[in-house]
Design a protein around this ligand. Structure first.
Ligand code: ZN
Length: 427
């Protein structure tokens, strides 16, 4: 994950130890308040955090002053002096989340409780046209803010998911090997310059994993792997609630691991990558090849079947579509068996457009993974479909901003100069 503007972020991260302790304490209390929507008293916060009542009161006073926390009501059923119940103010600000896919842009507007208030989605020639892609992102963020009647510069931040790994040494530059048209574009810097709010950027599979961990099939899991299977294929790894990026942010590139040394040519230049074997283009190519050999299918009359056509046919038990989904599922199962042996996650969540094929795909994945993973790895691992159906990657991008703000409350202040009181506590 990378954040713009970088200079301000670095400055916020520096300072004396006491300031860092205060920021840590503020973040801890804010997270406790967020975690319990029914509300928490100051005494509860002191008890749960181990901080003194005076420290809790000082931090809470600033959180209330800046509108992040509301004094909700007095809890009357307790004996003694009735305490004031404090609640996190999830309506205080909104967040925009953007998914830049290989061939589309999706944008959501989300409140601080994760409720999606509006969405935009459109096809874009992302791989060859950076200018129109970024123009679409800016237009959709402005349009959603306009519909919600909030100014763009009031947003807590904008999260952006991109369809390739990010190199920590050049965080705004997308992979030249995978997206050569973007080689001269610093996407983080340029979008931040246009939107003028904190901008956080990460790989789309990481954001899918984050969305599942917060709102979806991974909510009750400490460790999970999310695998996105669409035009591109990638994995996001969450360990103890944190995205695992590896030493340079490249962890999870399962799409470019080899599942067939003599397989199809991948866009990365290698042969037999998982993405080349199970990505949406491969599925369409496999179906077209089967039809060309004269196999009977409801897709036979379709001139150029798309992934959506294949998925629909599989759902109608079309033999050609089901055979292709089964073949793809077996390749995916090989890669997931390796993943289970390496990482031993408790849950593997499958998402992305290809998984709209549903249970036939998951059954093939489970069968292949079971026959190849060590029994001790697969026994305690569930392989399930994503539960999120409303722009999960854009939602994950917005969640990245929310998570960062709860971990680092200064983000709440960076887009709102009126919060000087809270800055004094947090920095
Ligand atoms: Zn590859």
């Amino acid at each position: 994950m990378f954040i713009y503007p970088q200079a301000e972020q670095n400055a916020a991260g520096q300072g004396a130890g006491g300031a860092q302790v205060r920021q840590h304490n503020a973040g801890m209390l804010l997270r406790m308040l967020w975690d319990d929507p029914s509300g928490v008293s100051r005494a509860d916060l002191a008890r749960l955090s181990g901080l003194s009542r005076s420290t809790v009161s000082a931090i809470v006073a600033d959180l209330v002053d800046c509108g992040l926390v509301l004094e909700s009501h007095i809890e009357r059923h307790r004996s003694g002096r009735p305490p004031m119940v404090l609640q996190f103010n999830h309506k205080r600000q909104l967040i925009a989340g953007v998914e830049i896919g290989c061939s589309h842009v999706s944008t959501v507007l989300m409140d601080l409780r994760g409720c999606v208030l509006g969405t935009r989605r459109s096809d874009e020639a992302v791989q060859v046209d950076p200018e129109s892609t970024m123009a679409r992102v800016i237009q959709d963020v402005r349009s959603l803010c306009g519909a919600a009647d909030v100014p763009v510069d009031s947003l807590l931040g904008v999260g952006v998911g991109v369809p390739c790994p990010l190199d920590q040494n050049q965080p705004g530059r997308l992979s030249e090997r995978i997206l050569p048209a973007w080689s001269q574009v610093d996407i983080g810097r340029e979008l931040h310059a246009q939107l003028n709010v904190p901008l956080l950027i990460d790989n789309d599979a990481n954001l899918g994993a984050l969305a599942e961990a917060w709102w979806g099939a991974g909510k009750d899991q400490e460790s999970l792997v999310f695998v996105k299977i669409a035009t591109g294929v990638g994995a996001g790894i969450v360990v103890d609630g944190e995205i695992f990026g590896g030493s340079s942010g490249m962890a999870g590139e399962i799409g470019h691991t080899t599942v067939d040394p003599n397989g199809r040519l991948c866009r990365c230049g290698m042969l037999g990558c998982l993405e080349a074997e199970v990505g949406s283009q491969s599925i369409v190519d496999r179906v077209r090849h089967a039809l060309a050999t004269g196999q009977t299918s409801c897709l036979s009359p379709v001139a150029n079947p798309t992934l959506a056509d294949v998925v629909a046919a599989a759902r109608q038990h079309d033999p050609v579509a089901l055979a292709v989904i089964d073949e793809v599922g077996r390749y995916l199962g090989i890669a997931i068996a390796n993943l289970l042996n390496l990482l031993n996650p408790s849950r593997v969540i499958l998402g992305g457009r290809v998984t709209e094929a549903g249970e036939p795909l998951v059954a093939a994945v489970r069968a292949a993974a079971s026959s190849r993973a060590l029994s001790s790895s697969i026994e305690h691992a569930e392989i399930v479909l994503s539960l999120l159906d409303n722009e999960p990657f854009a939602r994950g991008a917005a969640t990245l901003v929310l998570k960062h703000a709860l971990d680092t409350p200064t983000l709440f202040t960076e887009s709102d100069p009126k919060l000087a009181a809270f800055v004094a506590v947090a920095k």
